[in-house]
Design a protein around this ligand. Structure first.
Ligand code: ASP
Length: 429
């Protein structure tokens, strides 16, 4: 029998992140000196990282479908689904609003856009317009910040196309309807179909566990790539902005959500953080709530002990519409741009920013850099200069990694709160 003790997954991922940061910094700073082509390194890291990311993404459609169909058909009655849906959406709106308000208070306190009493716009290096356009083009079309469009996407004309384009909301609505109507058909067919979807779900969970084993390697590649490309300089120029977002996200993730876990869900927050660690680290490395969803589902169900009925509904929905970190970031970013350009925003304008941040965070897709599009919507709505986005590009990836972890963590908190409110015992009380 082997005597070696297996290192827990979250430690493996954490070690991978540390090693990747060191490796990335070495390549960023010394690749010329040691005669290595930086782009080669980035290419090979991209190759390994993409294998992992693709493996996660490959699971999403069948996992979301089977999970929701099993969960909803298990719920049976229509009023059950209505109640669960109402509570879930309510939680998501409130937690996002709290997150935005934290962001607003912190950005008004630290004022990262003002350096030595003067607007920082001139001293900060603005990225070129071309760089801004390139970034936006990457996410535009995939991330919708228009709230009307969110409703349109809920009813996709072609479910296969929606699945192919990663339009999760349409997929979720279809799966909910499928699960609901499944309970209305003849017993013989119902039994067959329920067994089949349950089987698919079990297989998908097993596949997720398999993919999770490769998380440390995938995470290493993705983080090393980011650090190799970005280096440290970016963070020096935007240190205050970075710090503001970091502090606000930390307050929300470690104080607000901990209080909700302790006093509303009545579970032990420390235990919850512990089981969610590998998921948060994966969200951090992938900067995508959608790609992390398979791991979130598997962990909240297996380790936190929330029933499939609850996770199958709350988590896919959360990965699509609930983005506390993103909402907070949008608010801080818009305020930062206003400060950097020396514009004073009155209470009404700040209120508008809060409101649009809340709405657009629902429409933002769970993919990297999706918030940038939403921020352009806010800037346009309150009349701030759109070029301000250029200020954000330098640090966007790393802050994206952080806000995505918070997005995903908040989904898991919602699943636990809903489960407890439905009388479930769960594992972490
Ligand atoms: N990357 C974020 C997510 O997937 C969205 C964003 O804020 O850009 O959750």
């Amino acid at each position: 029998m082997s005597t070696t003790k297996k290192i827990a997954l979250h430690w493996q991922i954490l070690i991978a992140i540390v090693l990747a940061t060191v490796t990335g910094l070495v390549f960023n700073l010394y690749s010329d000196a040691i005669g290595i082509d930086k782009s080669r390194i980035v290419d090979s890291m991209t190759f390994v990282g993409s294998l992992f990311l693709n493996a996660l993404k490959m699971l999403i459609v069948p996992l979301v479908m089977s999970s929701i169909i099993c969960g909803v058909s298990g719920l049976g009655q229509g009023d059950h689904i209505g109640r669960l849906g109402g509570k879930t959406i309510g939680f998501y709106m409130i937690s996002s609003l709290i997150a935005i308000l934290v962001g607003l208070v912190v950005v008004n306190t630290i004022q990262p856009g003002i350096i030595d009493g003067a607007p920082a716009g001139n001293t900060l290096n603005l990225s070129s317009e071309a760089a801004v356009a390139e970034q936006l083009a990457r996410v535009e079309g995939r991330s919708t910040s228009d709230i009307v469009d969110v409703f349109i996407r809920m009813i996709p004309p072609n479910i296969i196309k929606a699945a192919g384009q990663g339009q999760m909301l349409g997929l979720i609505v279809f799966a909910i309807l499928f699960g609901f109507c499944l309970t209305k058909i003849k017993e013989r067919y119902r039994q067959n179909l329920t067994d089949m979807w349950q089987g698919v779900f079990e297989v998908m969970m097993k596949m997720t566990m398999l993919v999770m084993k490769f998380a440390p390697i995938g995470v290493f590649a993705m983080v090393a790539k980011t650090v190799t490309m970005t280096g440290l300089d970016a963070f020096v120029t935007l240190a205050w902005f970075f710090l503001t977002v970091f502090i606000a996200l930390a307050i929300h993730a470690f104080i607000n959500l901990a209080i909700i876990l302790k006093y509303i869900a009545k579970v032990n927050p420390i235990k919850h953080y512990k089981v969610m660690m590998p998921v948060m680290l994966t969200a951090f490395s992938t900067a995508s709530s959608s790609a992390t969803l398979p791991m979130t589902l598997e962990t909240v169900e297996k380790d936190a002990g929330v029933s499939n009925k609850t996770t199958s509904f709350t988590l896919p929905l959360g990965a699509t519409v609930n983005m506390d970190g993103t909402a907070l970031y949008e608010c801080v970013a818009a305020m930062f741009i206003a400060q950097a350009y020396g514009l004073n925003l009155d209470f009404a304008t700040q209120f508008t920013i809060v409101f649009i941040a809340l709405l657009t965070s629902i429409g933002v897709a769970g993919i990297p850099a999706a918030s940038l599009v939403a921020i352009t919507v806010i800037l346009a709505a309150v009349g701030l200069p759109l070029e301000g986005i250029g200020l954000l590009l330098v640090t966007d990836r790393v802050l994206d990694m952080m806000r995505t972890s918070v997005n995903v963590f908040s989904d898991s908190v919602c699943a636990v709160v809903i489960a407890r409110s439905e009388g479930e015992e769960t594992n972490l009380t």
